[in-house]
Design a protein around this ligand. Structure first.
Ligand SMILES: *Cc1c(COP(=O)(O)O)cnc(C)c1O
Length: 346
């Protein structure tokens, strides 16, 4: 046996393990034989559950991770000469090693500066209309993260405004929902309201950070955009041969409601940390805490003290120390972090 000897950390929501609901569904799927490559009952059931959850007849695909889901989704929307508009801080731009460009054979990501990771309709319009000559990529897609890399959420009204502007500009709207569940929990709006009803064309729904081992669902609300997507997945090495083990955890998550429960819990932990730190002299939080992330701004030497006290965190996102919470975060650990921040960083 190898022991996980790490105390609970808040550096990312992928430090946690698999939640019981996902684990139990995998265990149930691990009996007997089933057809491979998605022709099994678990994959059919998971797809049905997504159609129920989104209250529409959407096309559902499963990929191993978010980089593949985003990149393949964008490549399905683009020709190689197209442009994709995203926030400068977006995961597709900063954390996917050029995979969106690679899988689309060269579609260019065009970034918008954004203080909080969100894109505003006016900025989108300005960039989309900046050039229309043959020498510049032809604008095709706007992609947004919900919740954002900085823990903000787009309200329904904001989504509708972005979708409206996108439509006017002839752009499709893609949503990176690695933390979509956290946005649903935060806004208390339905998955349908936060996607197709607001005008989103494609969603990558994250399972990993929500409590699964692996697995993201790519959900096309316009079926014609999903044409041949199964071939893209296969070519990219994203067609699981034992697909039931990617699909079963989703069945567990969606049937039990764990997807939303987990997100609510993670959001509450972030809120708890924020509540303990807000208003304290010398402490500055960088962004409103709307999902499962808290960003602390503090001088490098203070953050070093926090590191020396055993805390792990990243500082390359958002310009501060990021703390993220997941389905299994404990209040005791959040309080211990708050205590140390108050002791060491004021
Ligand atoms: C984690 C994350 C992803 C997916 O990353 P993978 O490591 O490829 O699974 C995508 N988008 C955002 C915003 C993320 O935080």
């Amino acid at each position: 046996m190898v022991a996980n000897d790490m105390e609970q950390q808040c550096a990312s929501d992928n430090y946690s393990g698999i939640c019981p609901e996902a684990w139990e569904a995998m265990r149930e799927a691990n009996t007997g034989h089933a057809l491979p490559y998605g022709d099994d009952a678990w994959t059919a059931r998971a797809s049905e559950l997504f159609r129920d959850l989104f209250e529409t007849d959407c096309e559902v695909f499963f990929a191993f991770n978010g980089t593949a889901a985003n990149s393949l989704a964008l490549s399905a929307l683009c020709q190689s000469y197209h442009g994709v508009i995203c926030a400068a801080s977006s995961h597709v731009e900063t954390d996917e090693c050029g995979a969106p460009e690679f899988f689309s054979n060269g579609s260019k990501l065009l970034t918008l500066p954004s203080a909080d990771g969100k894109i505003a309709p006016e900025a989108l319009r300005e960039l989309a209309l900046r050039r229309s000559d043959i020498h510049f990529p032809r604008m095709r897609v706007a992609t947004i993260s919900q919740s954002t890399e900085t823990g903000r959420v787009y309200t329904v009204a904001e989504l509708e405004a972005l979708a409206e502007t996108s439509r006017e500009l002839g752009l499709l709207l893609h949503m990176d929902g690695a933390r979509f569940a956290n946005a649903c929990a935060s806004l208390e709006r339905s998955p349908a309201e936060l996607t197709w009803k607001a005008g989103v064309n494609v969603l990558c729904f994250g399972g990993t950070k929500n409590g699964m081992a692996v697995g993201e669902a790519v959900i096309f609300f316009n079926k014609e955009l999903a044409a041949d997507f199964d071939y893209r997945c296969k070519q990219a090495g994203q067609l699981a041969s034992k697909m039931r083990f990617l699909a079963a955890p989703w069945v567990g998550m969606l049937e039990s409601g764990a997807w939303l429960r987990n997100a609510r819990h993670a959001n509450r932990c972030a809120r708890h940390l924020a509540t303990r730190l807000e208003g304290v002299q010398g402490i500055e939080l960088l962004f409103p805490v709307e999902a499962n992330a808290v960003f602390l701004k503090a001088p490098a030497e203070k953050l070093e003290l926090l590191r020396a006290a055993g805390w792990r965190f990243y500082t390359f996102i958002g310009g501060g120390a990021r703390f993220m919470f997941s389905w299994d975060s404990t209040v005791e650990r959040v309080d211990a972090l708050a205590d140390d921040v108050l002791r060491l960083c004021c």
